[in-house]
Design a protein around this ligand. Structure first.
Ligand SMILES: [Zn+2]
Length: 569
């Protein structure tokens, strides 16, 4: 067989022409039960090298979106190599499925391959590639956005600290400045999204589905829940979480001494006159995180230190960086990489704790021999990350963590408030996406905006948006998942319900809860979703009663924290 490069660097300049012979060889190689494992190992290693090269190109581009060469390399992988690769993968999957295996730890991979084969259509290959091009346009439009701030052009994430200022006029100005580029880009983004919707519906129909929602449930291998379950979860959130949000916002309003809450009153910490500054520089952000993870579990702390040493973190906000944050896995070397836009606020800490949960998942699941055994669906991936936010919470105070005792308490209070508000937001985003792809009006820009407003009325009460309709609409244009990763959102809700159960376990017995969490991480993708959750010590639940119980626990903790803060204040 053609020798594989020793590292993914050997594929950095790869085009499909240079990669095709490697896949062709696997397609033609003799295959039976006796040769299966060696053949799988070769295929897996090839995929590791190719996907790592693609990841490195994507990372380089998102760090520096203005660099034309990096952009070209990322586009070469995302629009040429990976869509064509999918076709080659399906051809190999067919051979694997035909031979089959009894290995228990490959059954979920087999099931996913069968689905991929069923929904694959050659006619969709150029459409998927076209979709990647549209996605890159969204990243370029939003990555290039900046705000006028005190006579200077600054990237939008840099406004975050001003949203927390005690001076309400500063908060309002920062909030308006951060929203303005999205309000201004509405027509451009709406037209781009029109093309995305049409393309996605065509892909779905080509594959024999009624609409893109049906298609995506198959494509995302959501074997264990249905659109009806998602609606059930939305309803449960409306029943239990939304009233809790209202109670929490009312506490906030009273504490801030305002007659009504405006959208720029949500980021400020009502318990601190000045928001705690969690770190002075990125080095301190990283080092403190490493101490916190060591307190949760020494081995996890060690893994995070490895990431610092090997420079697998790009954390601070700089001009030209794409927005948001992510963790990507470099499969060939068995290492995760974290990208984010830290601006010196408490949310950066939450984001880093979250992304680190994904990293620990990548470290643990890398022990699985084949690449397809490592990455479960987002429901499990986000259980790993959201649980880490909560497991790390008891260690936020100095000397281990970032904050004074009182600041740690107010930060935890904010985190819990945010957990409630996020669940409501998640429900609205999921309901919105379901509506877009199952409704003829989903292709109409004005109807979409109106539907968004109606959903926000249901899931986001308690905030006075009068006179701010364009900004309220702009909120969904800012939600990059809707553009880049359609239907990737309810997973956060499912996982949050799981993570709150992990936290409930940790309050009883932290050691045991962390041990179960790590067993779950190590399973990677080798079990069905409900089994993975069970290993973590939790239920996969869409159930109103369960959600009601968890919300009650969160609210009880919030009450305790408020009381403690009142006595220390
Ligand atoms: Zn995540």
């Amino acid at each position: 067989m053609i020798p594989l490069p020793e590292s993914s660097a050997g594929f950095a300049d790869a085009t499909w022409e240079t990669l095709a012979p490697f896949y062709r060889e696997l397609e033609l190689a003799p295959l039976d039960a006796a040769t299966l494992e060696a053949w799988l190992a070769r295929w897996s290693r090839l995929d590791e090298l190719v996907t790592e090269a693609a990841s490195l190109a994507m990372i380089a581009y998102t760090i520096d979106t203005a660099d034309e060469a990096k952009k070209a390399a990322h586009l070469r992988f995302s629009t040429e190599v990976l869509p064509t690769l999918e076709e080659a993968e399906v051809a190999l999957a067919k051979r694997f499925v035909a031979v089959g295996t009894e290995r228990a730890d490959l059954q979920t991979a087999l099931k996913r391959f069968r689905t991929a084969i069923e929904i694959f259509r050659e006619a969709n290959v150029p459409l998927v590639s076209e979709g990647e091009g549209l996605a890159a346009q969204y990243q370029q439009i939003t990555g290039g956005m900046s705000a006028d701030w005190c006579g200077e052009r600054v990237p939008l994430p840099r406004l975050a600290p001003f949203l927390k200022r005690e001076d309400r006029t500063v908060r309002e100005a920062a909030w308006r400045a951060a929203n303005l580029p999205y309000v201004a880009a509405r027509a451009e983004l709406s037209a781009l999204f029109d093309r995305m919707v049409a393309l996605r519906q065509t892909i779905a129909r080509n594959a024999g589905f009624a609409d893109f929602q049906e298609y995506i449930f198959a494509a995302k291998c959501r074997f264990d829940y249905t659109p009806a379950d998602c609606t059930k979860l939305q309803d449960a959130i409306a029943e239990h979480v939304v009233p809790a949000c209202l109670r929490s916002l009312e506490q906030r309003r009273q504490r801030l001494g305002l007659d009504r809450l405006r959208p720029w009153d949500l980021a400020i910490d009502p318990w601190r006159a000045t928001s705690p500054v969690p770190y002075q520089n990125v080095g301190e952000l990283q080092e403190t995180a490493a101490r916190i993870f060591s307190a949760v579990d020494p081995e996890l702390g060690g893994q995070f230190r490895t990431m610092i040493t090997e420079r697998l973190l790009d954390l601070e906000s700089r001009s030209g960086k794409a927005p948001g944050g992510y963790c990507d896995t470099l499969h060939a070397r068995g290492r995760p990489f974290v990208f984010m836009n830290a601006a010196g606020v408490a949310e950066d800490v939450t984001t880093l704790l979250h992304e680190a949960g994904h990293c620990f998942h990548a470290f643990a699941s890398h022990a699985r021999p084949f690449i397809w055994q490592r990455h479960p669906g987002a429901e499990s991936a986000e259980l790993a990350s959201m649980s880490m936010e909560l497991l790390a919470a008891p260690h936020l105070a100095k000397p281990t963590g970032y904050y004074s005792e009182a600041d740690a308490m107010s930060t935890r209070l904010e985190h819990l408030e945010d957990t409630l508000l996020s669940l409501a937001h998640i429900a609205s985003v999921d309901a919105f996406q379901g509506w877009i792809y199952t409704n003829p009006a989903g292709g109409d820009g004005v109807a979409r905006d109106q539907q968004w407003l109606a959903l926000r009325d249901r899931f986001e009460p308690g905030i006075d948006w009068s006179g701010l309709e364009p900004e309220r609409i702009a909120r969904w244009y800012r939600q990059l998942h809707i553009f880049l990763y359609p239907f990737y959102y309810i997973e956060y809700g499912i996982a949050q319900i799981g993570a709150l159960q992990v936290w409930r376990n940790a309050r009883r017995d932290p050691r045991q809860a962390v041990a179960a969490y790590r067993r779950f991480l190590a399973l990677g993708a080798t079990r069905p979703l409900p089994d993975l959750y069970r290993e973590a010590g939790v239920d996969l639940s869409f159930d109103a009663q369960m959600i009601g119980e968890l919300v009650a626990m969160v609210e009880a903790e919030m009450t305790e924290l408020r009381e403690a803060l009142t006595t220390t204040a």
